[in-house]
Design a protein around this ligand. Structure first.
Ligand SMILES: [Zn+2]
Length: 94
């Protein structure tokens, strides 16, 4: 009889451990999904933009920020009006 109770306890503990493991895995998976979703929203809402301007005719262009952009940098983009190289005049967060 006592052996039966001991066996029941072992089975119960085993089931509890499995439940705990499943809950832990679910918790971390959910947390990762929620974190990724938040990061995606933050990135889409707060996009960094670079404003380029032609130093001659003041033509301006807005494009997405690229690595290495800084204010005053001469860009590889050209002014469609007079073909001068555009200069970065500001970097903004939308
Ligand atoms: Zn120009």
């Amino acid at each position: 009889m006592e052996q039966g109770i001991a066996l029941n306890l072992v089975v119960m503990m085993f089931v509890m451990m499995i439940t705990l493991v499943i809950l832990t895995i679910t918790y971390f998976a959910m947390r990762r999904i929620i974190f990724q979703e938040i990061m995606r929203q933050v990135q889409t809402v707060r996009k960094v933009m670079t404003i380029l301007e032609c130093p001659i005719c003041r033509y301006s262009l807005v494009r997405e920020f690229k690595q290495g952009d800084y204010v005053g940098k001469l860009c590889d983009e050209y002014c469609p009006r007079d073909n001068n190289r555009l200069i970065i005049t500001s970097i903004i967060k939308e």
